[in-house]
Design a protein around this ligand. Sequence first.
Ligand SMILES: NC(=O)c1ccc[n+]([C@@H]2O[C@H](COP(=O)([O-])OP(=O)(O)OC[C@H]3O[C@@H](n4cnc5c(N)ncnc54)[C@H](O)[C@@H]3O)[C@@H](O)[C@H]2O)c1
Length: 286
Amino acid sequence: MKRIAVTGGSGKLGRAVVTDLLDHDYEVVNLDRTPSPESRATYVKVDFTDYGQTFEALHAIEDRYSSIDGVVHLAAIPAPGLITNAATFDNNIVSTYHVFSAAKAAGIKRVVWASSETVLGLPMGPDSPPPYLPVDEEYHPRPESSYSLSKTLEEEMALQFCRWDPALTMVGLRFSNVMAPADYASFPGFDANPADRQWNAWGYIDARDGAQAVRLGLESAITGREIFVIANSDTVMSRSSTSLATEWFPGVEVRKELGEHETLLSIDKARRVLGFEPRFSWRNEV
Ligand SMILES: NC(=O)c1ccc[n+]([C@@H]2O[C@H](COP(=O)([O-])OP(=O)(O)OC[C@H]3O[C@@H](n4cnc5c(N)ncnc54)[C@H](O)[C@@H]3O)[C@@H](O)[C@H]2O)c1
């Protein structure tokens, strides 16, 4: 598997994914409606809300490439509230159906795509606590926005695509809040008010570690649909994870003994199945 199409390769996470794949000797085609400065990747302007464009982009583009071996699907409106609710839902769910469907039509057997931590029931807070901590892949999605509903339905869509074609591998990555190195300057300020980052249980994912998870998803021996929570192994806070859990989510069961700064978004499954191990912590970057 050598030529990978990355949808949304010009975005915040996409740029890190494209760089990581290029650095690991993949040929990369960036499919996005926004251009990217990365000259090592082939860029094709595509709007995934148009099935014809999506179909062609995952088959062949004259003078550029003649086939695609695997797809990383990241193109989306990446959060609720950036545009109207229905426009977010429409863009994301239609684009994902088109990408999954065109990949199937092109005979592409491996798709890794961005789901979201939001399906775990974000925003979490005093009136909307998680069922237990650390949260993991074991409970039913709890979308609280049109954005998160689109991600939840995409996870179900992938399940059905894999039922239609048992030879298909579809890896859904529930990314935490994506961070680039420049974002870490603001992290020490989070300590003053734990409530500010309670909404995602103080989690984050370094874009470079997110890219590692994508590559491991492409290379894993999995078949069928699998879902993984992808976060860094620590929180955004300086105080202990145990104190955050007990003080800010009183009464919520903590199911394991937590390390000092251990993430409350469990990455145990990603570690076990994918071999994922985050390499970048904000603590080493500020
Ligand atoms: N940023 C986060 O904190 C976060 C957290 C969890 C999951 N995610 C998911 O990760 C993925 C990447 O997020 P990001 O932060 O890099 O977002 P981003 O906005 O930086 O990048 C998304 C890219 O997708 C492209 N795009 C969107 N709709 C398109 C369409 N219809 N046709 C063609 N291109 C389209 C945009 O041009 C953009 O370059 C998304 O699926 C997002 O939902 C992001």
